[in-house]
Write a protein that binds this ligand. Structure first.
Ligand SMILES: [Zn+2]
Length: 437
């Protein structure tokens, strides 16, 4: 039928791609596509030929990628003048790349991220970050997007202090829609006496003065966690690679503290979830030290935490990320910090990543979790380094070649002009390291 249609010059051919039906079936997304061609035949009746296909999981409306698997075929006849034929037809709209379903990167995007928007000048952790990345990666054909599930708050409390989680929920819910609370009192000297007034208590749980609380912080951060956990679930289902494209970020959030634009540590929560199934290496490649997961897993030997970052002598968070912080008790030697100088290019970074990867290989983890910061890029407003697109691709490739089920959690990266491009290159590298080596 494909050939008949294609060769008939008298045929007015239309191609309609209709996302007719989407439903979950064994957790797979099904999409029906309808093609139809119309011919004006000798009986002056329109012959409408509908060609319908079912594609498993594969359809991504923006990339033009179609699967070639699990095609269903039907034939229907409705009337004398209009004949419908629905049949198997393999048409592909010049895809960017053809990636088999089992090699796709499961993609989870925080669909509620935009409700958290601190509209103050200089607040670079903005919704445009997600759009910038999504626009670039959608066209690659590498990803398969899923809808995040809701998870119980107990997962958040598995790495964060319950009182801290309850506080964030309560204070956010009580704020007016336009109200923001910036921590300004830090009662660290008397931890037994948290301030009674909820807004004033913010500093009791915060590490800095530039991470405000507002009404939408809790729901946005909770949804980010849901995405990270759904992505972790995809890894357990057998996806080799999964990516939680989320904001607000999380890697500065400690057991009982928020800060650095972060509220809940999504990477740590996902790592904790996966740790029930094996050993975890959590590698943080953000420009800033991953103090959150260091703090959370500092006394654990089943979760190896590694961070490559700007030396805290000059870079946020200033109080942790030093080389001699190696873990405590059972966790001794299961935390590795690789602080680097102010000027770092792709080559220097590559050497640091090699050291991290050797440590990961020695640890022999079952899963790799990557806290992906793209603020190591040249021109990032929060960093001082000069990594470029090809460096991100090389880094991705190195990490992919570790040959581990890999969950990537989005952290920092604030230059929206290059953010998406660098993400695209990172994932191209990660994918090729995972499947081509
Ligand atoms: Zn950062």
């Amino acid at each position: 039928m494909q050939n008949d249609c294609a060769s008939s010059r008298d045929t007015v051919r239309c191609l309609l791609l209709i996302r007719l039906m989407r439903r979950r079936l064994n957790q797979e997304r099904i999409t029906l596509l309808i093609y139809f061609s119309m011919t004006w035949d000798k009986t002056y009746h329109w012959n409408v030929i509908l060609l319908v296909k079912s594609y498993e999981q594969f359809w991504n409306g923006n990339t033009g990628m179609y699967a070639r698997q699990n095609i269903s075929t039907w034939w229907l006849s409705r009337s004398k003048t209009i004949r419908y034929s629905l049949e198997s037809l393999d048409i592909r709209r010049s895809p960017a790349r053809y990636i088999p379903a089992d090699q796709r990167i499961a993609l989870l995007v925080n669909d509620k991220h935009a409700i958290h928007h601190v509209q103050e000048q200089g607040y670079v952790e903005a919704p445009v970050r997600i759009d910038s990345i999504l626009t670039e990666i959608e066209g690659t054909g590498l990803f398969q997007r899923f809808v995040p599930h809701r998870f119980s708050e107990k997962h958040i409390k598995s790495v964060h202090d319950s009182k801290f989680v309850n506080y964030l929920k309560k204070v956010c819910a009580r704020l007016e829609p336009t109200e923001s609370v910036y921590p300004y009192v830090f009662p660290l000297r008397n931890v037994a006496r948290p301030p009674t007034e909820l807004p004033i208590r913010a500093g009791y749980y915060c590490i800095d003065t530039f991470t405000p609380l507002n009404r939408n912080v809790y729901p946005a951060a909770k949804r980010a966690v849901d995405c990270a956990l759904t992505a972790a679930e995809k890894i357990l289902e057998g996806y080799r690679l999964a990516y939680a494209l989320i904001r607000p970020p999380g890697h500065h959030a400690e057991h009982r503290a928020f800060g650095g634009f972060c509220y809940f540590n999504s990477a740590a929560i996902a790592a904790e979830y996966l740790s029930k199934h094996g050993k975890i290496a959590l590698v943080d490649i953000d420009y800033h030290h991953g103090n959150g997961q260091q703090n959370i897993f500092y006394e654990r030997s089943d979760v190896l935490t590694i961070s490559i970052h700007g030396n805290p002598h000059f870079a946020f968070p200033y109080f942790s990320g030093f080389k001699d912080e190696k873990g405590l008790g059972a966790g001794k030697n299961y935390n590795m910090n690789i602080p680097l100088p102010e000027n770092v290019d792709g080559e220097r970074y590559h050497r640091a990543l090699e050291i991290a990867m050797k440590r990961v290989a020695r640890f022999r983890p079952d899963f790799l979790v990557i806290a992906l910061g793209l603020d190591t890029a040249k021109s990032d407003p929060t960093g001082t380094w000069s990594l470029e697109a090809e460096d991100f691709e090389a880094n991705g490739q190195m990490l992919g070649s570790l040959n581990l089920p890999t969950l990537v959690i989005q952290e920092g990266g604030y230059d929206s002009h290059v953010l998406g491009i660098n993400a695209r290159h990172f994932f191209a590298g990660l994918w090729s390291g995972a499947f081509k080596d």
